[in-house]
Design a protein around this ligand. Structure first.
Ligand SMILES: Cc1cc2nc3c(=O)[nH]c(=O)nc-3n(C[C@H](O)[C@H](O)[C@H](O)COP(=O)(O)O)c2cc1C
Length: 367
């Protein structure tokens, strides 16, 4: 039985406990460079066994939202260095979540207003991103029509993932989490309902669908070493206009088997659409656990009690908490001591300055 508060050896990186801070976009980097507020925000949360940062675009093209801090320029790397120093000074460990949104973007957040890119030139319907409206005011806007990537271009993006990973290590991160989840570029390739390409990355075969994910993993591993590389996946998430498709479970299990051969730091599974909490979902997770031999992190709606339960069941090794970390910078300490949890204000999740970001006190400071 693994206690939520017991230490964990993550590919040689010693974690204080099994509580992970889930990646959360907070959209406060107006010039895309992390600053002293970013450093303070993460340092306040250094009591997590592992912090996974907010999604961090690997290029201008990979950006879908205003004010998300990138990891592709010298200024951004210098900004992140302040963050990693501050977290390490408090004994924390942190991975950078490296991100390409694919079609989940808007011309107003793309350089020179160009179209976003995707496996297929089909717009994400019934979706929103954070961009500029027609009048130039920041707010929620519908994703723009993407253009389809040609085959030769895909290697360029793979390299940008590897460059971003390199930058993250230079900035002092303990590793990177490849964002393969939540309906963004990597999942757009995996989803056969959307990926109707006819080249080697095409949707007709499992090998084609998972090729891009594996090439990104392999390129990043070649650059920074497998023990520093995790990947986030959200099977059955249905986000950003991706839908059920035939052979879905087989696709995820094949990806699990392939990733299992690569000795990564971890796979992080997000229960984005809630489907993994059903009986079917439980069966799937059991099969996934069997197919993947390495460390697993689960996220999505966990409380201390349910987190301990999945650890007891042996289904996962670590559990990530998202929203609870917004209002409880000392979440792990609060749970361990049975201290009450504060509620987070969803109106300050994205954008703005310190309010709702760095001004939630630790429990002891509040008494
Ligand atoms: C404000 C906010 C921003 C998020 N941004 C990201 C992100 O950048 N990358 C990602 O993979 N998931 C993101 N998520 C999803 C969380 O990592 C997590 O999976 C989700 O909130 C469910 O966990 P929870 O119930 O503990 O909050 C975000 C969630 C929230 C609430």
């Amino acid at each position: 039985m693994s206690d939520l508060f017991s230490s964990y050896n993550l590919s040689g990186l010693s974690l204080e406990n099994r509580v992970v801070m889930a990646p959360m976009t907070r959209a406060r980097a107006v010039d895309t460079v992390p600053d002293s507020d970013t450093a303070l925000y993460y340092a306040q949360r250094a009591g997590a066994g592992l912090i996974v940062t907010e999604g961090t675009p690997i290029s201008d093209e990979g950006r879908g939202y205003l004010y998300t801090p990138g990891v592709y320029s010298a200024e951004q790397v210098a900004g992140w260095k302040k963050v990693t120093d501050a977290v390490h000074a408090r004994g924390g460990k942190l991975f950078s979540q490296i991100w390409h949104v694919g079609r989940v973007s808007h011309t107003s957040v793309q350089k020179d207003g160009i179209a976003p890119v995707a496996p297929v030139a089909e717009i994400a319907k019934n979706s929103n991103v954070f961009g500029l409206d027609d009048g130039g005011t920041p707010g929620l806007v519908s994703p723009s029509a993407p253009r389809a990537l040609n085959t030769e271009e895909i290697a360029r993006i793979t390299k940008e993932f590897a460059d971003a990973a390199d930058n993250a290590v230079k900035a002092g991160f303990d590793g990177v989490e490849i964002h393969g989840a939540n309906g963004y570029l990597i999942e757009q390739f995996i989803n056969a309902g959307f990926n109707t390409r006819e080249d080697a990355y095409g949707g007709a075969t499992i090998a084609g669908r998972i090729r891009f994910a594996l090439e990104v993993v392999d390129a990043v591993v070649a650059r920074i070493g497998a023990s520093r590389v995790g990947i986030r996946l959200t099977p059955f998430s249905r986000l950003f206009d991706l839908h059920a498709f035939e052979g879905e479970e087989a696709t995820w299990l094949e990806l699990a088997r392939e990733l299992s051969k690569r000795n990564l730091a971890y796979i992080h599974i997000g229960n984005a659409g809630g489907l993994l909490t059903t009986e079917e979902g439980h069966k799937f997770l059991t099969a996934f656990r069997k197919a993947y031999q390495g460390t697993l992190i689960y996220a999505g709606g966990y409380t201390q009690e349910t987190a301990q339960r999945v650890l007891d069941e042996g289904l996962t090794d670590l559990v990530a908490f998202g929203k609870p970390y917004i209002a409880n910078p000392d979440l792990a300490e609060r749970m361990r001591n049975g201290w009450p949890l504060a509620a987070s204000d969803h109106t300050t999740f994205y954008g703005g300055a310190q309010k709702g970001y760095t001004d939630y006190p630790a429990y002891e400071a509040a008494v």
